[in-house]
Design a protein around this ligand. Structure first.
Ligand code: SF4
Ligand code: SF4
Length: 337
């Protein structure tokens, strides 16, 4: 099937009547995923959003439930979001990140109803990357600029139209009644050509990384890798796979609400105990934890790196720490001084 670019706005207009539609919206020079009320607000001429669309399914701050305590009893209202949503135009790396988050929030031991409710009610319409950014390395992480993992539909830009590829049953039923024209032979050939060229641009060498991280907890390399890091958390807050959170109660008289907020291993308070002891007392331990979690512990627990190569941490770091260089330095190891 195809969507002509000249008809994209009216296609989205129709969707907004049935779903909450979230799409890239330009603000200043940057793009953010935001709810749109009209198709003209969406702008697919973007490389990627500043923050990951992960926040639509796992918000930075959300109320889990409200309560009112009366004597020994309490009324409780759970805040499950069951609204139907479409995330339109997300990049393949960000769709793959949701497959990784599924492993955490839809695990054997732990099921997160808040994330799962949004996930089940959301259609993911991806947009392949014809021109990946210089900071992208998705193809080294079992993904690619036109990867389909996690998606329901994939759009491939072929100039004046998008070829729409159906990836899942959810995607197929989403298109029922859309009356889109079928892609012709030339359209399909143009889509195949667009895919060929983009893949090569997104690779780095991660061979041997996990094996190295299995044995390098005390490597001297950790003593200097963190030195530039400010501990600001911009990398973790913009990362599509980071998922650490904190839960607290906000209480007024007999009523209150339980709130979940993102947190980050790069912050000193994240592991500070009530006793005053902090098992990760300096930037060295916190920096090491970020990399150990993504490239060792997550692999041990779930069989995949917790990174999709989106490059946001590279672009957002105020002191230009580049994860690709850090990974190369980790592999090379440090010398004993
Ligand atoms: S660690 Fe960096 S490159 Fe990897 S997914 Fe997170 S933000 Fe993207
Ligand atoms: S964005 Fe850069 S400076 Fe900030 S915590 Fe991450 S690595 Fe450190």
């Amino acid at each position: 099937m195809i969507i002509k670019k000249s008809e994209l706005s009216s296609f989205l207009d129709k969707l907004t009547g049935q779903y909450q539609v979230l799409a890239p919206v330009k603000k200043g020079l940057e793009f953010y995923f935001q709810p749109i009320s009209s198709g003209v607000q969406a702008d697919l001429s973007y490389s990627n959003s500043v923050t990951a669309p992960k926040g639509i399914l796992f918000p930075q701050s959300e109320t889990l439930f409200n309560y009112d305590v009366q004597g020994e009893t309490a009324d409780m209202q759970e805040c499950l979001d069951t609204g139907k949503k479409v995330i339109f135009g997300l990049r393949p790396c960000d769709a793959k990140s949701l497959v990784l988050l599924d492993k955490v929030f839809h695990g054997e031991k732990y099921q997160d109803p808040y994330y799962l409710s949004r996930r089940a009610n959301t259609v993911l319409v991806g947009l392949g990357c014809g021109e990946p950014r210089g900071t992208c390395f998705c193809a080294s992480l079992d993904g690619g600029p036109f990867g389909t993992e996690g998606l329901d539909l994939l759009l491939v830009d072929i100039g004046d139209k998008y070829v729409v590829e159906v990836v899942s049953e959810k995607g197929a039923s989403f298109l029922t009644g859309a009356s889109l024209p079928l892609a012709g032979k030339d359209d399909r050939a143009a889509a195949a050509k667009a895919k060929e060229t983009a893949f090569q641009a997104c690779t780095i060498n991660l061979e041997g990384l996990k094996e190295k991280m299995d044995v390098n907890y005390d490597d001297p390399v950790w003593g200097f890798l963190h030195e530039k890091c400010l501990g600001c958390g911009a990398c973790t807050y913009s990362c599509p796979t980071c998922h650490c959170f904190d839960i607290l109660d906000e209480v007024k008289d007999s009523t209150g609400c339980r709130v979940r907020n993102w947190d980050a291993c790069m912050f000193p308070l994240f592991t500070l105990h009530g006793s005053g002891h902090n098992p990760r007392p300096t930037g060295k331990e916190r920096f090491r934890q970020r990399f150990m979690h993504k490239f060792k512990y997550f692999v041990d627990n779930y069989g995949a790196f917790a990174c999709v190569g989106c490059g946001r941490c590279i672009l957002n770091c105020p002191v230009n720490i580049d994860i690709r260089q850090v990974l190369a330095d980790i592999k090379a190891g440090g010398d004993e001084k």
